[in-house]
Each structure stands twice: as C-alpha cells, then as structure tokens.
Design a protein. Structure first.
Length: 367
C-alpha cells in the first residue's frame, strides 16, 4: 500500500513535508486559541459573584489598611489595583496584591504550598506567595525559598499558577498580617489605594459599611469612592490571540495550501500517462477523481501521523516547540476540517485537468 502511495516518491515526499508544515501551523494556531480561552476561563473563575471596588485616597500617611478588615465577617478584602512593589531579584517593580481580610475561599489557584496568612502561626512573619514567573527569581537558603521585597526578606510559602494557562503566573500576593514594616510603610506612602471587597456567598452591603467605617475611623479625612461591579470585564481573548501572533500561523497555513496546489500540478504531470491509460480503458472521470482524492487524503494522514511522532519525540526530550497540543472536541473538529480543506484545495487543479484530459493525445505523443 505504501509502495503504491509513494510510487512517485519525490512529489509524494514533498507533499508530505508541505502537509507537515500545515499541521505545525494548524496546531500552533489551535494551541494559541486554546491558550487564550483557557486564560479567559481562569480569569472568569477568579471573579467574585458580588464585588464592590473602593478607590481610597488618604490626605496623610496614616495606615488605614491594617484596620480596614477589622471585625469584617463577610467577603474577602483585597488591596489590588495598580499597587507596585520592588522585587529585588527581578530587578524591577512588580504588580502586587495584599490580602486584607479573608472570610471565604480565595480564588487563587495554587500549584504548591499555601497563601500567606492561611495558618495562625503566620502572623508577624514576612511571607509571600508568588506566581510561576516570579517564583523563578526566588533563591534557596536552608531548604526554603526567599525573595526580597522593598528591601525586606520574605519566605515564599506558595506557588500560584494554573495547569491550563499563565493567567496567575505574574502574581505577587502578600497578607497584611505577614508583611514587613518597611513594605507597609512604602505602601501607605502611596496615599491612593484600590480596595476590592468580593464574595461568592452573600450580600456585601453590611460588609461594605463595616470597611467604610473602619477606614474613616483610622483617617477621617480619607476620600472613598465605591462602586458595585456586576460585569466580568472586557474579554482577554482577543488581546491574548494578538499577543501570541495568531496571524503568523494563519499566514503560514494559507501559504502551505498554495504550495499543496502547486504540488498537485507536478503530481498530475507525473501521472499523466497512468491517467490517460485509465481513461482509455473506460474509467470514468468520477472514479479517477475519487482515486486521486483518496491518495491525497492518505498522504495527509501519513503527514498527520508524522507530526504526532515528531511532536512526541520533542515532548519526551523535552524541547519546547512553542506548540501545545490539547485534545478536545474543538481541536479534533479543527484538525479534520484542516485536512478536508487541504484535500479540497489540492484537488482543484487535478479535477480541472481530469475533466479536460484527452487520453489519445497523451498516449499518441508517448509522454
């Protein structure tokens, strides 16, 4: 069967190579597509059902954060927004979040360890949880990992991240009860804070009143602007797709399709005499076209098997190809569609030639 399939070796081999490139382009695009939607899923799962966002401005350097969650019995309170702290090992300021009060499960996904402040003995220690990207900067000492934030040493007690996307990879999460004096002092000096109150369990009106009262008790001159947020925010899918250069994969795919069309012309030239003999002995145009389509489909499947073999080898080594094959319904349907589109595009020229073929001229010329 393979001997028959590769009877015209050069053309068949080049066709398979071209198809391999098609599959790398297709699975590369699918990997980007799946990655974007996985990231969107993680983002949506991180959003509370009920949220109140407070923009707090203090007139003097008074610590309103430590007292903001005092006697708060509902929802989680988080200092987020544009808070940026110096991560010495990373060599730059890093967007950070501070847990002010936790009353229910936090939405962070953990690959290992825990969040700072999740155990009673954490109080008074300098602890932090880092996303995967930031964790790579941590250094080891006495069997533990550490980083330096705002010139203070913090023990890393948790690694934040998701198996399906990089949404959590850049997080730096602290807890108001496990924070150093210098870090807290530098945060307080900013005088402008975004405090988020969220819950998946109940109403937040009383909780907001409690937080508002706590902040005003600490600094009566504070200005607080609050708003309820009911939407999930702007979708990140389009931005992620653009960031990952999806267009490049599509362009490569289209280029390879045109290559397959050119390859089909050489295929017909090589098989001209065979086709002429078949037509001369009465084989219909329909059967010839079906036979050609079957050969092209078989070569496409050979190329697909070849792709998975190459992909598997690089996964085992391991070497990063920049492609992650995710087996789901969308991927399977898209792969089948890509194969069918390739077969259809490649068949355009052969169909045209078969329908116009004159076997007498070919056989008589001795070509």
């Amino acid at each position: 069967m393979l001997r028959k399939l590769f009877r015209y070796k050069l053309t068949s081999i080049f066709f398979v190579i071209c198809q391999l490139i098609v599959y790398f382009a297709v699975f590369g695009a699918l990997g980007i597509y799946n990655k974007a939607f996985d990231k969107e899923k993680d983002r949506l799962e991180a959003i509370y059902d009920r949220r109140i966002e407070m923009e707090v401005m203090t007139m003097v350097d008074i610590d309103v954060l430590t007292y903001s969650g005092l006697n708060l019995e509902a929802g989680n309170l988080l200092l987020a927004g544009k808070l940026s702290l110096a991560l010495q090992e990373g060599g730059s300021n890093t967007r950070s979040e501070v847990i002010l009060k936790q009353n229910e499960e936090m939405p962070y996904k953990l690959l290992e360890g825990r969040l700072p402040g999740s155990e009673p003995e954490d109080a008074g220690k300098r602890l932090v949880a880092l996303g995967r990207d930031k964790y790579k900067y941590a250094y080891e000492e006495n069997g533990k990992k550490y980083v330096t934030i705002e010139s203070e040493t913090y023990e890393v007690v948790g690694v934040i991240g998701s198996e399906r996307s990089d949404y959590w990879d850049y997080k730096v999460v602290l807890n108001i009860n496990c924070i150093g004096e210098n870090t807290l002092k530098n945060i307080v000096k900013k005088n402008e804070f975004t405090i988020e109150l969220g819950s998946n369990e109940g109403d937040l009106n009383d909780a907001y009143s409690r937080v508002y009262g706590n902040i005003m008790s600490a600094d009566s001159s504070s200005i607080i602007t609050a708003k309820k947020i009911n939407n999930t925010g702007e979708s990140t899918v389009e931005k992620t797709l653009g960031k990952e250069n999806l267009k490049v994969n599509i362009i490569v795919y289209i280029f390879c399709l045109f290559n397959c069309m050119v390859m089909s012309e050489f295929w017909i030239i090589q098989r001209k005499k065979d086709l002429a003999i078949k037509k001369a002995f009465g084989m219909s145009d329909y059967k010839i076209i079906v036979e050609i389509a079957g050969n092209i489909l078989a070569l496409s499947l050979v190329a697909l098997v070849g792709f998975f073999v190459i992909y598997g080898v690089f996964v085992i080594l391991p070497v990063d190809l920049g492609i992650k094959v995710t087996f789901n319904l969308f991927t399977c349907v898209s792969t089948v569609a890509a194969v069918l589109v390739t077969v259809i595009i490649t068949m355009i020229y052969p169909i045209y030639k078969v329908l116009r073929f004159q076997p007498v001229n070919v056989i008589g010329s001795g070509e």
